[in-house]
Structure formats: C-alpha cells, structure tokens
Design a protein around this ligand. Structure first.
Ligand SMILES: Cc1cc2nc3c(=O)[nH]c(=O)nc-3n(C[C@H](O)[C@H](O)[C@H](O)COP(=O)(O)O)c2cc1C
Length: 163
C-alpha cells in the first residue's frame, strides 16, 4: 500500500516543509553524546525557551534526562557529514573526526557550527513515542555568520539565494 494511503499523505506534505538541522548534544554516562534533530523550534523569548522532540527510546533522551543539560548546535551548510554521522545508530563513536569544545556546563559544542544554544531542562512531556523537551536558554551565540544547512524533501541542501 502506498505511503500516501497509509498516512493520508502526511509524510508527503511534511517532506515539503524545509527545516534547519541541529545536533543536540548532551552527556551520556559522563561521555559526549549527540543526535541529529530537525524538530527544533523557538518557544518564547521571555523566558527564553526552545523545544525539541526526541524519540523516547533514543539515547539522546536518556542523555538529556541524566544531567538536565543539553546544547542545540545549529549546523552550517557544509556539515552534512556531521548531520549523517549523528543520525546513525551504527557508528561506534558519534564524535569520530568531529572537533568540539565544552560549554560552560560541560556539554560538547560542535566546532564549525553556525552557533549554539545552551539549555537547562525546563520541562519534559511524553507525547506519543517522543518526549517534548523544553529548554531554558542559559547562553547562546552565533559563532559563524554563514548559511545554514537545510533538510528538504529528504535531502540535505543549502540555500541558493533570495527570492
Ligand atoms: C534530518 C534528520 C532529522 C532528525 N530529527 C530528529 C528529531 O527531531 N527527533 C528525533 O528523535 N530523531 C530525529 N532524527 C533521527 C535521529 O538523528 C537518530 O535517531 C539518531 O540516532 C539519534 O540518536 P538516538 O536515537 O540514540 O537518540 C533525525 C534524523 C535526520 C537525518
């Protein structure tokens, strides 16, 4: 049965909604961990809150719950390799060949990203098979003022210009 019939075309329309790409980093058993996430959105400026939606059974969920601290790294157009690496369940070391430094709260900040948002866990809610994590922003910085990596129609892309 075609996917359109199974889900009323939901996947097809969602694929046509472009998003940025982030790697959400945290510490898992005290060691650097990260997962590629495009379900990132701003929530409010006062207080400064952001949200991500993470699979309940994934290790990123475990990592965020362990310390209550995480960083959202906003990827630059040339970080497709990092996006794929952190989306893979099979890599022995997610940080292989990835440079990072530590945030003020000890969480990895991925070098070469556009910028990062350090968060303290503000609230969490189970929604279906995902957890909605609300993060209170403790620090944020644009580190490289260049174009973002974009995910659209199941492919990583970069902007080609203004309309
Ligand atoms: C472009 C892209 C966006 C993704 N966005 C999310 C997301 O928002 N939430 C999520 O739970 N997984 C998302 N994933 C899948 C995770 O990156 C993948 O499951 C990864 O292994 C996370 O590690 P974990 O499952 O051990 O936590 C995305 C994957 C890709 C390629």
């Amino acid at each position: 049965m075609p996917a359109e019939i199974q889900d009323n075309g939901l996947r097809e329309i969602l694929r046509r909604y472009p998003t940025g790409v982030t790697i959400v980093t945290a510490l898992l058993d005290g060691k650097p961990w990260g997962g590629t996430m495009n379900s990132f959105t701003s929530v409010s400026l006062d207080p400064p809150l952001i949200a991500i939606f993470v699979m309940e059974k994934g290790r990123t969920t475990t990592a965020i719950n362990q310390t209550g601290k995480f960083v959202v790294n906003i990827l630059k157009f040339n970080q497709e390799k990092e996006a794929k690496q952190f989306a893979s369940d099979n890599v022995p070391d997610k940080f292989l060949d990835v440079s990072y430094r530590e945030s003020s709260n000890g969480i990895p900040i991925i070098e070469g990203s556009l910028g990062y948002i350090e968060c303290d866990l503000y609230d969490a809610k189970k929604i279906s098979d995902h957890i909605m994590f609300l993060g209170k922003v403790t620090r944020s910085e644009v580190t490289i003022d260049e174009e973002a990596l974009v995910f659209y129609r199941r492919a990583f892309r970069s902007f080609t210009g203004t309309v």
